[in-house]
Design a protein around this ligand. Structure first.
Ligand code: NAD
Ligand code: DAO
Ligand code: ZN
Length: 369
C-alpha cells in the first residue's frame, strides 16, 4: 500500500515528505495506521548523524499512537481496530531479560531493530523500489507502519491518541525513571537537569512521589515558568552562577539531594548531577543519551562515599504490561499530558517541529496525520 511518510534520506538533511510503499505484515507483525506522533530529541539526535546506530534512509519516529489495520499470521494478542502505542522497547515475555524480573530491556528483537530491520531481517518500507529502513522498531513518521506484535501496547480506545502518543516515549521515560529506577519516596529531595519533555516528566513523577523539594536546572530560563507550574520548587540556571552547579545545589540542600536526574545527554552535566547528590546515599539517574564515543567522568571517591550512578531506559517500564495502566492514569488526570504539548501540526510541517526543538521553543510537537 501507499503511505505518506517523512523520510530521513541522509544525516543532517531535512526530512522529505514522500509517498512510500508499505508491504503487508508478515508472521508476528502488525500493520498500524498512525494517528499522531510526538517528535522527540532522540529523533533529532539520529537525524543529526550523532547516533552510532543511525541508518539512512529511514522512517524515524518512536512516540506514536495508532490503530491496528491488519495482523500477520500467528498474531494472537491484537486484532484490526485495536488502539495501540508502538514500543521501542519490546516486551516478548519469554526472553531471559523479560523473565528476569530485573529489567524492561527485552532483547527479542533488539539485534534486527538496531539494524533498522524487521525481525526476519528485511524491511517493509521502500521508495521508488529502493529499501527504506525502520527506526527503533516503530517508524511512527509514516501514516502506515509495520511493527512486531511484541512491540505494541494495546490501550483503551477511549484514550485520545493525539495526547497519549506521548506515553510512547518522553512522559513514560521521565515518570518511570522516578518510580521504577530511582524509587523516589515521600519527603525526598530531587534535582532535575534539563527541562525538556523528559525533565518535565521527571518533575511530574517527583510530585506524584511526594518529593519535598524539586530543583529544576536549565540554561534556558524560559523553561522555568512551566517547570514551576508543574511542581518545581526551585529553579537554578548554571549560567547565572560562577561556580560549579553541584556546589550551589549541595549548599542549597544541606549536603545534596537524595536523587538527581540527567535529562540532557551532556556528559559534563552527568558529572554535576552525580556530584550534587548527598554523601552516603544520593543516587543519580542518567536518562539523557550522549553522543557517540563520549564518556562520563568523576572522582571514584564520589562513589566510595556512597553516591550511586544509575541509568534508565524507557523509565524501566515494561510496555505491554504497564503502558495500558499509564494510559488509564492519563484518562483519570493522574498523569497530565497537556503541559507537554506546546505545538501541533500536520506531517507536511514536521521539519518545523525539529526547528522549534533546536531553538528550545517547544516541549513536544504532536504531528497529526
Ligand atoms: P530537549 O532537548 O527537549 O530538552 C533538553 C533540555 O536540556 C533543554 O531544555 C535544554 O535547554 C537543556 N539543556 C541543554 N544543555 C544544558 C546544560 N548544559 N545544562 C542545563 N540544561 C541544559 O530533550 P528531551 O526530549 O527532553 O530529551 C532529553 C534527553 O533524553 C535526550 O538526550 C534524549 O535523547 C534522551 N532520552 C532518553 C530516553 C531514555 O529512555 N533513556 C528516552 C527519551 C529521550
Ligand atoms: O536493549 O540494548 C538495548 C537498548 C534498548 C533501548 C534503550 C533506549 C533508551 C534510550 C534511547 C532513547 C529513546 C528515545
Ligand atoms: Zn523479552
Amino acid at each position: 500500500m501507499k503511505s505518506r511518510a517523512a523520510v530521513a534520506f541522509a544525516a543532517g538533511e531535512p526530512l522529505q515528505i514522500v509517498e512510500i510503499d508499505v508491504e503487508p505484515p508478515r508472521a508476528g507483525e502488525v500493520l498500524v495506521r498512525i494517528v499522531a506522533t510526538g517528535v522527540c530529541h532522540t529523533d533529532a539526535f539520529t537525524l543529526s548523524g550523532e547516533d552510532p546506530e543511525g541508518i539512512f534512509p529511514a522512517v524515524l519516529g518512536h512516540e506514536g499512537g495508532g490503530i491496528v489495520v491488519e495482523v500477520g499470521a500467528g498474531v494472537t494478542s491484537l486484532q484490526a481496530g485495536d488502539h495501540v502505542i508502538p514500543l521501542y522497547t519490546a516486551e516478548c515475555r519469554a526472553c531471559k531479560f523479560c523473565l528476569s524480573g530485573k529489567t524492561n530491556l527485552c532483547q527479542a528483537v533488539r539485534a534486527t531493530q538496531g539494524r533498522g530491520l524487521m525481525p526476519d531481517g528485511t524491511t517493509r518500507f521502500s521508495y521508488q523500489g529502493q529499501p527504506i529502513h525502520h527506526y527503533m522498531g516503530t517508524s511512527t513518521f509514516s501514516e502506515y507502519t509495520v511493527v512486531p506484535e511484541i512491540s505494541l501496547a494495546r490501550i483503551t480506545p477511549e484514550a485520545p491518541l493525539e495526547k497519549v502518543c506521548l506515553l510512547g516515549c518522553g512522559v513514560t521515560t521521565g515518570i518511570g525513571a522516578v518510580h521504577n529506577t530511582a524509587k523516589v519516596q515521600p519527603g525526598n529531595t530531587v534535582a532535575v537537569f534539563g527541562l525538556g519533555g523528559i525533565g518535565l516528566a521527571v518533575i511530574q513523577g517527583a510530585v506524584q512521589a511526594g518529593a519535598s523539594r524539586i530543583l529544576a536546572v536549565d540554561i534556558n530560563a524560559s523553561k522555568f515558568e512551566l517547570a514551576r507550574s508543574m511542581g518545581a520548587t526551585d529553579c537554578v540556571n548554571p549560567r547565572e552562577n560562577d561556580r560549579p552547579i553541584q556546589e550551589v545545589i549541595v549548599e542549597m540542600t544541606d549536603g545534596g539531594v537524595d536523587f538527581s536526574f540527567e535529562c540532557i545527554g551532556n556528559v559534563d552535566v552527568m558529572r554535576s548531577a552525580l556530584e550534587c547528590c548527598h554523601k552516603g546515599w544520593g543516587e543519580s539517574v542518567i536518562i539523557g543519551v550522549a553522543g557517540a564515543g563520549q564518556e562520563i567522568r568523576t572522582r571514584p571517591f564520589q562513589l566510595v562515599t556512597g553516591r550511586v550512578w544509575r541509568g534508565s531506559a524507557f523509565g524501566g517500564v515494561k510496555g505491554r504490561t504497564q503502558l495500558p495502566g499509564m494510559v488509564e492514569q492519563a484518562m483519570r488526570g493522574e498523569i497530565d499530558l497537556d503541559p507537554f504539548i506546546t505545538h501541533e501540526m500536520p506531517l507536511e510541517r514536521i521539519n518545523e517541529a525539529f526547528d522549534l526543538m533546536h531553538r528550545g521553543e517547544s516541549i513536544r510537537t504532536v504531528i497529526r496525520f
